[in-house]
Design a protein around this ligand. Structure first.
Ligand code: DHK
Length: 153
């Protein structure tokens, strides 16, 4: 396991601070704090260091991705939320720091409106998980622990 070396940063985009009350039929009842608590515990079990960041602002997300390189973050688990479908700036930030990342969505975006079917991230991500609610973040962390995530190929 490479897990004792992994340093994983979870980044969540706009409106995900509203989890728990926001469209629970789509996004579930857990708050972001609940989800982060579960992921912290799983990280401890797997000997993976975890960190968390959420912002509603595109530039703040770009800045946090830049900062991740200085902190030797090994992997990013990213839910860009609405920026999935719009943000060249966040895509370029990820390409710029060259940190391998997994794209996660709580909902199955492919079952939803057509504008959610395109992602600016999927073709540069190590993998994409969608439709499993908060379990998707756990699946991403387990994939890193199991060394099933390839770097920057
Ligand atoms: C979350 C959002 O806020 C939406 O804008 C995306 C994503 C889907 C999710 O399923 O986690 O379209």
């Amino acid at each position: 396991m490479a897990s004792n070396m992994a340093n994983v940063l979870f980044i969540n985009g706009p409106n995900l601070n509203l989890l728990g009350t926001r469209e629970p039929g789509l996004y579930g009842n857990q708050t972001l704090a609940d989800i982060e608590e579960t992921l912290t515990a799983l990280g401890e079990e797997l000997s993976i260091r975890t960190g968390f960041f959420q912002s509603n602002h595109e530039g703040a997300l770009v800045d946090r991705i830049h900062q991740a390189r200085d902190e030797s973050v090994s992997h990013i688990i990213l839910n860009p939320a609405a920026y999935t479908h719009t943000s060249v700036a966040i895509r370029d930030a990820l390409l710029g720091v060259a940190i391998p990342f997994i794209e996660v969505h709580l909902s199955n975006v492919h079952k939803r409106e057509a504008f959610r079917h395109h992602s600016y991230f999927s073709d540069i991500a190590c993998g994409v998980i969608c439709g499993f609610g908060p379990e998707g973040y756990r699946m991403a962390l387990l994939a890193i622990a199991n060394e099933t995530v390839n770097g920057n190929e």
